[in-house]
Design a protein around this ligand. Structure first.
Ligand code: PEP
Ligand code: MG
Length: 600
């Protein structure tokens, strides 16, 4: 019988294969009290299990690094941090020592305490980190029991297979990475979970959060996984199968076609544009080149700090990472952003974890100016590579106005002088200012006169202009880059750059949205920086557009009063163009077929 299930699509594409349903591993934790004389033995059991877990996680990290790259291996660094968590360890030992619980019970009780605390946090990103803790916990319990990971079978698959599971943990990445696994479906996991990161790493269609998927699908059932629309069809009928097989082939064709159209984007009316990539890891340069991006418009260097955590990257680490990116860009421009830790960003040991309001606190450039030792090491690494390879621009996040900008510039000059005294002259390396705080956007004219370039970060500009935490799901309905207040700040920043003759780019998510990109074209933007996989689409669209026409539409739309009205006006004007270029399948407009669910 055909069953249609819906969930959260976290990847593009359609997969068709036979189901392999993984049973849920039941955690059966033994509970007993030990006599006082047995406490030391129990503590030794705990220490041995922790040591074995460390060995297993390190081995997984190395295998994952080889197969999928450092970005995904970093997940296991997070697991090592959990193993090393002093509070967790202290609590567990205390339970063994004072309450004389056996090790398994003590670990389970301490983990539960952490999970309960996480569940009370509103932020879904933080809540989903509970998955990592559960993963580490299950590993420890298995070690106590002397069992192997139930998912780590040595599979000899010969046919296309869709894995259906309650949850897939990061540790499953290693065995999931094999030729015949074409998709996966899980009951747990959300948009920002590690399972979603896994789907991207493996580059296969996946639908998460599917209610009772392991009950509806049985081993060997034929499954269709539509990662774009978040749909799963169990045992499709012949008609559905034919339609979806054709759609899969069509989607693949579109992707290949769009990737193939490399080179600069010039609009129909002759305006030359640059479409660069946003990246987080040097390894992504392979994708950057595959999609034909014109260099990198934003490298989020905080990931370098994250992967070296709890240590800080050395000057040599900085040089190695930046050189790898700059050299692999083959002469194209690479814009590297200085450290943006803090706020909602990834946590690092060096940050003060006690800030009451971290999004408005010691974040990004504020942190860098307060920690000149860390800022200096990064700037030295950056300037050395910029001097050596030549195609590097440096950009500073979260600038709030001219005073802060001048403080950064003066520090930058000090480091340059220091390097000159060592015989390296990094003259002429551009230093740019991100515009992502409303106060900076309001004085963009002044900043444009003193910075080498501006780069608008709409992700934060929306957050700070509209006072809406970008990670808080309950207010996400207010998170709207189309809001007239945001649009005016973007428009005026671009105009300020033009007036001062200072280049302006935009690296927020808005540039990766087809209608967002067309709107930005209408506002006079010429430098776009997008998520790598969206580049073929955005580039094709911009080539098919007329800058003059976009300007006319956007000028008129900007007179409207709400974000929704502006977006709908732009969608009305360009809906046909977008569908013509991208096809209805890749169009971001709500799906038109009756059988389709809207994108989540
Ligand atoms: C932005 O804020 O738009 C941006 C590009 O930076 P991030 O998303 O890293 O804060
Ligand atoms: Mg930002």
């Amino acid at each position: 019988m055909t069953i249609e299930l819906s969930g959260i699509g976290v990847s593009h594409g359609i997969a068709i294969g036979r189901a392999m349903v993984l049973g849920r591993w039941q955690l059966d934790v033994p509970h007993y009290r030990v006599v006082p004389e047995e406490v030391p033995r129990e503590l030794r059991r705990l220490a041995r299990a922790l040591k074995q877990a460390r060995g297993e996680i390190e081995a997984l990290r190395d295998q994952t690094k080889q197969r999928l790259g450092a970005k995904y291996a970093a997940i296991f660094d997070a697991h090592l941090l959990i193993l090393d968590d002093r509070k967790l360890l202290r609590e567990t030992r205390r339970r063994i020592r004072e309450r004389r619980m056996n090790s398994e019970w003590a670990v389970a009780a301490s983990v539960q305490q952490v999970l309960d605390a996480l569940m009370s946090v509103d932020d879904p990103y933080i809540r989903e980190r509970g998955g990592d803790i559960t993963d580490v916990h299950e590993r420890l319990q298995r070690i106590f029991l002397g069992q192997d990971n139930p998912h780590h079978h040595d599979l000899q698959l010969t046919a296309d297979t869709v894995v259906v599971a309650h949850a897939l943990n990061p540790s499953d990445a290693v065995w999931l990475h094999q030729a015949h696994i074409v998709g996966f479906v899980t009951e747990a996991g959300g948009k920002t979970s590690h399972t979603a990161i896994l789907a991207n790493a493996l580059d296969i269609p996946a639908v998460l959060g599917v209610d009772e998927a392991t009950r509806h699908a049985r081993d060997g059932d034929l499954l269709v996984v539509d990662g774009h629309h978040g749909m799963v069809i169990v045992e499709p009928d012949e008609q559905q199968l034919d339609r979806l097989t054709a759609e899969r082939a069509h989607l693949q064709q579109i992707e290949v076609g769009l990737v193939g159209q490399r080179g600069p984007a010039v609009t129909r009316d002759g305006i030359e544009l640059r479409v660069a990539a946003n990246i987080e890891f040097p390894e992504e340069m392979t994708t950057v080149r595959r999609v034909g991006a014109q260099g990198v418009g934003l490298y989020r260097s905080e990931f370098l700090f994250l992967t070296s955590s709890p240590q800080l990257p050395s000057e040599e680490d900085h040089v190695r990472a930046y050189r790898q990116i700059a050299e692999r860009a083959e002469g194209e421009l690479v814009v590297i952003r200085t450290l943006d830790l803090g706020g909602e960003k990834y946590f690092h040991e060096v940050l003060d974890g006690e800030e009451t309001n971290p999004v408005l606190g010691m974040r990004a450039v504020r942190f860098c100016l307060a920690r000149p030792d860390i800022f200096r090491t990064q700037l030295r690494g950056l300037l050395k590579v910029a001097h050596e390879v030549g195609n590097v621009w440096i950009m500073v996040p979260m600038i709030s106005g001219l005073a802060e900008w001048r403080a950064v510039k003066s520090f930058f000059e000090t480091i340059k002088k220091e390097l000159r005294e060592e015989g390296i002259d990094p003259a002429g390396v551009p230093l740019g200012c991100m515009i992502e705080v409303p106060s900076a956007a309001l004085v963009a004219d002044q900043l444009a006169r003193e910075a080498s370039f501006l780069s608008i970060g709409t992700n934060d500009l929306v957050q700070y202009t509209l006072a809406v935490d970008r990670n808080n799901l309950s207010v996400s309905y207010l998170n709207d880059p189309w809001h007239p207040a945001v649009m005016r700040l973007v428009r005026d920043t671009i105009a300020a750059g033009h007036a001062a003759g200072t280049p302006v780019s935009l690296c927020g998510e808005f540039a990766s949205d087809p209608f967002g990109a067309l709107t930005l074209l209408g506002l006079g933007l010429t430098m776009f920086s997008c998520t790598p996989t969206s580049i073929p689409e955005i580039r094709s669209l911009l080539r098919a557009a007329s800058a003059w026409e976009a300007k006319r539409v956007v000028e008129e739309a900007m007179r409207l009063g709400t974000g929704r009205e502006i977006r709908e006006r732009v969608e009305d004007a360009f809906g046909e163009l977008v569908e013509n270029v991208l096809g209805p399948e890749l169009s971001p407009l709500p799906a038109r077929e009756a059988t389709r669910q809207p994108r989540t």
